[in-house]
Design a protein around this ligand. Structure first.
Ligand SMILES: [Zn+2]
Length: 199
């Protein structure tokens, strides 16, 4: 569901009166909760948002693990991958690897509220063709925190997300590994996105 129409139809004064909960960071994103409709939107991206809390993710991970054992990891990774590819297409739609996209992908990732991502700049990355390796860190990962200390990497959705975005944006086949994770005691989670070696 898109919110453009809803926003355009509301006058500023009505909007102020209806705003209720608002969390905003002017340089990144804005969430607006409509207390009448009990819905949340990202006004920067004009998309509706729902909230999965840490308990939900923990329950989801536990139940997938119970049902599919090690397959749970693949399911979570695939969820991230599909969404990452979609994000990649959105980034390309808004200017590809141009400077303008720099802000776009940072905003998209920031608006997921998964933690503090640190990316290298896209422009410098893409200067001499598709990069062979991209290092991304994620501070205070939502998933690591939700699942807790397990002694192994737990941010499978993020791993898929980064891989899917890279596949689409750089039009190559990448593979992403989570090399450090707060769930195994590391300070921050770290991901290495590398060009997939031919089989
Ligand atoms: Zn992690």
């Amino acid at each position: 569901m898109r919110f453009k129409r809803h926003l355009l139809l509301e006058s500023p004064s009505n909007r102020d009166a209806r705003e209720g909960l608002q969390m905003s960071s002017p340089d990144t994103h804005t969430f607006k909760y409509d207390p009448d409709k009990e819905i949340l939107e990202n006004t920067l991206l004009n998309t509706r948002v729902i909230v999965f809390d840490a308990d939900f993710i923990k329950a989801l991970t536990d139940s997938l693990t119970k049902a599919f054992h090690t397959g749970a990891v693949v399911i979570l990774y695939q969820m991230g991958l599909a969404y990452g590819e979609l994000l990649g297409r959105r980034i390309l739609e808004t200017g590809g690897l141009g400077k303008q996209a720099e802000g776009v992908y940072r905003q998209r990732y920031a608006s997921l509220a998964l933690g503090k991502f640190r990316f290298p700049t896209l422009v410098s990355l893409a200067m001499s063709g598709p990069p062979t390796a991209i290092k991304v860190s994620l501070e205070d990962s939502f998933f690591a925190k939700a699942v807790g200390m397990t002694g192994q990497p737990e941010c499978h959705i993020v791993r898929g997300l980064l891989e899917g975005t890279a596949n689409v944006v750089f039009r190559k086949d990448y593979v992403c590994q989570e090399v450090k994770c707060a769930s195994k005691g590391d300070q921050t989670c770290e991901f290495l996105v590398q060009l997939r070696k031919p089989a």
